[in-house]
Ligand binder design. Structure first.
Ligand SMILES: NC(=O)c1ccc[n+]([C@@H]2O[C@H](COP(=O)([O-])OP(=O)(O)OC[C@H]3O[C@@H](n4cnc5c(N)ncnc54)[C@H](OP(=O)(O)O)[C@@H]3O)[C@@H](O)[C@H]2O)c1
Length: 263
């Protein structure tokens, strides 16, 4: 028996103009949810909304830069004006790390923190009253980089650790009225994360993550779910044998980072 009926539920997805957000919004719409699509590239959101409506679904579009509090408030107001309620908020918008710390521009690092972490806190705060009213669910798209401190991606990794801690703490505070779930994907090939040089067998399609997000809402899975789950075994090694874990991580990931940024 699902915890949440997705048919008719009002679902807000940030970063719905591409990648994981696009596929997730499309999947919720296929399950009968009424969609509020948000990102900065409005023409892409309109294209997705048209595709949803052609199938008989319901979708509205709102241009929204998630780093701007006033734009998040306008997004909430648009959802409430159109549908009168919000059942699910998927905080998915995010940007990549940009390369090794010593090479990345400081301005970029500040916007990385604002986009990947501060915006999630702001959006959750802004949407909390309607979510409390509906008994809703917040899904924060974090990353396995929020579980393993990835070499070559220090600030990105730190933002995702922060998202996981925020999600778990807030879930404990708000459940069972409102559930909060961090979804931690591994490598997914998307526009912002092309995964150049990564072994193909480790790279997933966004559809796999979208299914995990939808299932987390439908079945009330919280406060955390990782995909693929097989990598969770490294957590055990990390706790039981930290030096071994760090040596292994250096070997595997520094090679990958080198291939990604220096090739
Ligand atoms: N791909 C991976 O390997 C991977 C792995 C783990 C976690 N993740 C996480 O998954 C999430 C989605 O990433 P993706 O792989 O799907 O990347 P993507 O294809 O590049 O999509 C990123 C989305 O975020 C939106 N976005 C970025 N900055 C924004 C802003 N300031 N305001 C509003 N929207 C903004 C973009 O829309 P606009 O440019 O139109 O605004 C776009 O829709 C991110 O949080 C990412 O960290 C990805």
């Amino acid at each position: 028996m699902p915890r949440k009926e997705l048919r008719g539920a009002v679902v807000v997805v940030t970063g719905a103009s591409a990648g994981i957000g696009w596929v997730t919004a499309d999947l919720f719409a296929r399950r009968g949810s009424r969609m509020v699509l948000a990102a900065r590239r409005e023409e892409r959101l309109e294209a997705l909304a048209r595709a949803i409506r052609v199938r008989g679904g319901t979708a509205v579009v709102q241009r929204c830069d998630v780093t701007e509090l006033t734009e998040l408030e306008a997004l909430r107001d648009q959802a409430l004006t159109t549908f009168g309620r919000v059942d699910v908020l998927v905080n998915n918008a995010g940007i990549p790390g940009g390369g090794p710390f010593r090479d990345v521009d400081l301005g970029y690092l500040v916007s990385l923190i604002r986009t990947n972490f501060t915006a999630i806190v702001m959006a959750t705060k802004v949407f909390l009253p309607p979510l409390v009213e509906s008994g809703g669910h917040v899904v924060n798209v974090a990353s396995l980089a929020g579980r393993f401190a990835v070499p070559g991606s220090a600030v990105y990794s730190a933002t995702k650790h922060a998202v996981i801690a925020f999600s778990e703490s807030l879930h404990t505070e708000l459940a069972p009225r409102v559930l909060v779930t961090a979804v931690n994907p591994g490598l997914v090939q998307t526009e912002g994360f092309p995964q150049r040089g990564m072994p193909r067998r480790l790279v997933m399609r966004p559809e796999r993550v979208a299914h995990v997000i939808v299932r987390a809402v439908e079945d009330g899975i919280a406060p955390e779910v990782s995909v693929p789950r097989s990598l969770a075994v490294f957590q055990l090694v990390r706790i039981l044998a930290p030096p071994l874990y760090r040596a292994g991580l250096r070997q595997i990931l520094v090679r990958g980072v080198r291939r990604q940024y220096l090739s």
